[in-house]
Design a binder for this molecule. Structure first.
Ligand SMILES: Cc1cc2nc3c(=O)[nH]c(=O)nc-3n(C[C@H](O)[C@H](O)[C@H](O)COP(=O)(O)OP(=O)(O)OC[C@H]3O[C@@H](n4cnc5c(N)ncnc54)[C@H](O)[C@@H]3O)c2cc1C
Length: 530
């Protein structure tokens, strides 16, 4: 029997925290000033929630691809953001798709799209469903909604070991993709935090960012050619290492979030699996020194795989640091050569800014149970979504948001965001929200700061509280020159700010493209462009 996924929260159903573990978690967060009453919200049974009747019957030729049972519809209603989890727990499934289809081939997909266009059915392409921006939740109820789950279109189809490329179907989940590349000694080396439950097609459609801090870590750096089914026809691009032939067709699909077509497969650039690794955590008393050291490292030409600066609170909550200092986690890796000298140089740069390194760890010592800040932080990273779900069940407000800005603009943006979130917390709850910051990615011209917010919730008002905090944070980001999203995508939730930041002539071009490729406007209405 296959291991069941959670329909309401993150990941595997059996990894959700039980009552005892949740009680311990509540006690732990209370120590940080987040009072919770210890009551764990019950997970409802979708069969008892009275989902709206499906408004759609598939043609006989497609019926065997389609499902309407409550559990399947419930699991495809929302993504995996905090507000999705809370609404699932409350049984708020008004936006459930009428039907969920599982195509097994590109021909199935073409037939499903033809039917949707002919019968005016909204289509939501669905990969792993890990969107945190409302990307898979069709809120427009003016017509029936068909969710197309692409996980049946999976697998590595072809590997070109000479050119180091692989042709992979869009519905392939991260672990399956890496498992199938492993016998060739190759890896895509794209590891978003959601890796276990997200798909290649979803990564491409959202321009996902992997967890490496620098170098080729974004999926758009790794893609060589894309194949897409649109209502106007099937598009496949030429696989070449580079081309100056006009604007890149692949760029049209990257970040299109299911609004222009459905990605069915892609050629991606793969590489040898790393063999050499070295890592260190560097302690800083002053955050400003740590920021300057991080900038020095990324502007030095070194390309650390990990260059994650945790502020004081993030160091305490995420990496078990008890002395009130900040931590810069540094890591280097290579398939070809030892990386100790690169690590040593990065540490030297940190020392020059007042940093104190813990003892560096070499590959064989980099186990999850190693008692250092790097390992402790990695553990927290993997289990964080399960902890978030438990806190949501306990009534807390816990969510993340992210941006990117220039180094010159970082101090002002950081101060404005922390201030806006703290004040929003006071205005709503009478107590400031806790907010932590880390850099997920760093570039020579600026960092990508990632914020986590913890606030006391009020049962029944958690989503409204989060939405107010999110508006305050987003306004502060945009007012200080940051992007509304560095890697979480636009979806439906970031539309108000995306529309303001997008140049008008570009919006015109995007609308015209949408009209040309999807004249009936069936693809993911409400996302990116109207
Ligand atoms: C705990 C957690 C951690 C996360 N960590 C990261 C991270 O480290 N980096 C990061 O970038 N993001 C992260 N995300 C966000 C999310 O995982 C990414 O956006 C991911 O790329 C979505 O992939 P998916 O397969 O789950 O797509 P889905 O959530 O199913 O879909 C996302 C969007 O893409 C569209 N889409 C999906 N498949 C296709 C397709 N084949 N063709 C056309 N459109 C399609 C959908 O319609 C939707 O608009 C995280 C989310 C969670 C919940």
């Amino acid at each position: 029997m296959s291991r069941p996924r959670s329909w309401w929260g993150w990941g595997w159903a059996d990894r959700a925290l039980d009552a005892e573990a949740s009680r311990r978690l509540a006690a732990r967060v209370a120590a940080f000033g987040l009072p919770l009453d210890g009551t764990l919200a019950r997970v409802p049974d979708p069969a008892g929630l009275g989902l709206p009747e499906p408004r759609l019957t598939p043609p006989a030729s497609l019926a065997e691809l389609c499902r309407t049972d409550p559990l399947t519809r419930a699991a495809h209603t929302h993504g995996k953001a905090y507000r999705d989890v809370v609404r699932n727990l409350r049984g708020e499934l008004d936006h459930a798709p009428d039907l969920v289809a599982y195509p097994r081939s590109e021909a199935d997909l073409v037939a499903l799209l033809d039917w949707a266009v002919a019968d005016d059915v909204a289509v939501v392409p669905y990969g792993g469903g890990t969107s945190v921006v409302g990307g898979v939740e069709c809120r427009d109820r003016s017509r029936p909604v068909l969710s197309i789950d692409l996980t049946g279109l999976s697998g590595v189809v072809e590997v070109d070991e000479i050119s180091r490329a692989a042709r992979i179907r869009a519905g392939t989940l991260g672990p399956e993709l890496e498992d199938q590349l492993r016998p060739s000694g190759l890896t895509l080396r794209h590891f978003p935090q959601s890796f276990e439950f997200s798909t290649l097609g979803g990564w491409l459609a959202t321009r996902a960012g992997g967890h490496f801090a620098t170098g080729h870590t974004h999926i758009e750096d790794l893609v060589a050619a894309v194949r897409v089914v649109t209502p106007a026809g099937v598009a496949g691009s030429l696989r070449v290492p580079g081309s100056g032939a006009g604007p890149s067709p692949d760029r049209l699909w990257l970040g299109s979030e299911g609004t222009l077509g459905v990605i069915t497969e892609a050629w991606v650039r793969v590489q040898s699996r790393p063999r050499f690794r070295a890592a260190a955590a560097v302690r800083f008393e002053e955050y400003a020194d740590a920021v300057a050291a991080t900038r020095d490292v990324v502007q030095s030409g070194l390309q650390p795989a990990n260059c994650r600066l945790l502020d004081r609170l993030e160091s305490m909550l995420g990496a078990g640091v008890r002395d009130g200092s900040c931590r810069l986690l540094l890591g280097f890796e290579s398939a070809d050569h030892p990386v100790d000298s690169a690590l040593n140089r990065a540490v030297q740069l940190c020392r020059a800014r007042g940093g104190h390194p813990d003892a560096p760890t070499r590959e064989k010592e980099m186990r999850a149970d190693a008692p250092d800040a790097v390992a402790e932080w990695r553990d927290t990273f993997v289990s964080a979504p399960y902890l978030r779900d438990a806190l949501a069940r306990l009534g807390a407000v816990v969510e993340t948001f992210e941006t990117a800005c220039t180094w010159a603009g970082f101090d002002a943006l950081h101060a404005a965001v922390i201030d806006a979130v703290a004040h929003a917390g006071i205005a709503i709850n009478g107590s400031p929200a806790l907010v932590t910051c880390r850099f997920t990615h760093v570039y020579p011209d600026g960092p990508a700061p990632y914020f986590t917010v913890y606030a006391a919730g009020r049962r029944g008002a958690e989503v409204a509280i989060w939405d107010q905090i999110k508006v305050a944070a987003s306004e502060a980001i945009v007012a200080n020159g940051g992007t509304i999203t560095h890697h979480h995508a636009v979806g439906r939730d970031h539309r108000p700010w995306y529309d303001r930041q997008r140049p008008d002539p570009f919006a015109l071009a995007l609308r015209a493209t949408k009209r040309a490729l999807d004249p009936a406007g069936v693809l993911n209405p409400g996302v990116l462009v109207d």
